[in-house]
Write a protein that binds this ligand. Structure first.
Ligand SMILES: NC(=O)c1ccc[n+]([C@@H]2O[C@H](COP(=O)([O-])OP(=O)(O)OC[C@H]3O[C@@H](n4cnc5c(N)ncnc54)[C@H](O)[C@@H]3O)[C@@H](O)[C@H]2O)c1
Length: 308
């Protein structure tokens, strides 16, 4: 039996995630959206690429959740994206209502699934999904860190003109202005990046990483990034489906780790067939710890607004 991934929200991130999953032949895919015709049309288009891509998974689109029944993983991308001048937090009130509607239906049809949350503001949406689903914390995972680390790695690789395959990095904290890229844990072919790039230049790259989403929104004008975000969500899904035990930065519900309790914050997680199988705690400097706490406080503020 092939595995099954449902994607709620057949917009830019959702349909591109479906594309990556189909191209990797990772699982059967169901695209769901409120707009009639869009998930069906995109699924049909993707299925016609399958003979060319040599992929035999089943791709379908629907407006009804019945076809999502018994999904192994549900990736939630439903919601409005940012426009120029907007912060992720500006999306809170609209996406809160959408997430509520989506989670109820997803859980009714796939009570055993893993949830990968993508909709923004990410950490608050993950918290809402966790609270409304009643799932344990191993099964509700927010996607942000893989994308943010991907941005950081791509900028460093470009700076040094080296292969992206040489890059290893992670970022901590919330998905927003308070994210904490950890330069001392970034390596290039095993060499700490701090040995290769001067501190002031590295700080510029860190700042560009923090602003990475906004930079793309400014170019696109009508929406936000989707190729890298969808690739990041699919990397997480693949780690779970293939039980890869991969260490990835994910938004996870903390219960005392890093001195934080009761909120989703980006931390290094081991993803395998059990979902979040371990939250890895690394020793932080006082500055890094303060930045992580600040990040958690920003998440708390949003969660308080929507009461989750
Ligand atoms: N976590 C991250 O790092 C990250 C990165 C990129 C985008 N995002 C977020 O992901 C979300 C989607 O972005 P996008 O660019 O794909 O937007 P998009 O507008 O292209 O797609 C969103 C889709 O959601 C659908 N939708 C709205 N309400 C729905 C509902 N109740 N049920 C089902 N579908 C519904 C819309 O019809 C639309 O097709 C946004 O909130 C965006 O901010 C997060």
């Amino acid at each position: 039996m092939r595995k099954k991934i449902s994607i709620v929200g057949a917009g830019n991130v959702g349909s591109t995630a479906a594309h990556w999953i189909m191209a990797k032949e990772l699982a059967d895919v169901v695209l769901v959206d409120v707009v009639e015709g869009v998930p069906q049309g995109k699924a049909l288009d993707l299925s016609q690429a399958q003979p060319i891509e040599r992929s035999d998974v089943h791709v379908q689109g629907a407006n009804d959740y019945a076809v999502t029944a018994d999904s192994d993983i549900v990736i939630i991308t439903a919601g409005i994206p940012r426009k120029p001048g907007m912060s992720r937090d500006d999306l809170l009130n609209t996406n809160y209502k959408i997430m509520k509607d989506v989670i109820e239906k997803v859980v009714a049809y796939s009570p055993e699934c893993f949830l990968i949350i993508v909709s923004n503001p990410l950490d608050a949406m993950a918290q809402e999904a966790f609270k409304l689903s009643g799932f344990n914390r191993q099964r509700v995972i927010g996607m942000a860190g893989v994308l943010d680390a991907g941005r950081f790695k791509s900028f460093v690789a470009q700076e040094l003109n080296v292969s992206v395959e040489n890059m290893s990095a992670f970022v901590l904290g919330g998905h927003g202005d308070t994210m904490v890229p950890l330069t001392r844990f970034c390596t290039v072919g095993g060499i700490p990046v701090t040995e290769l790039i001067a501190p002031d230049r590295l700080e510029q790259i860190v700042q560009r990483t923090r602003d990475g989403g906004a930079e793309i929104v400014k170019h696109l004008k009508t929406g936000s990034a989707y190729y890298a975000p969808s690739a990041a969500a699919v990397e997480m899904a693949e780690a779970i489906l293939k039980d890869k035990k991969k260490l990835l930065p994910c938004a996870a519900y903390l219960e005392g780790e890093y001195g934080i309790s009761g909120y989703f914050v980006g931390v290094p997680c081991k993803l395998g067939s059990g979902g979040i199988e371990q939250i890895v705690e690394v020793r932080l400097t006082p500055e890094e710890h303060a930045a992580l706490k600040k990040s958690a406080a920003a998440v708390k503020e949003l969660c308080d607004v929507i009461g989750v």
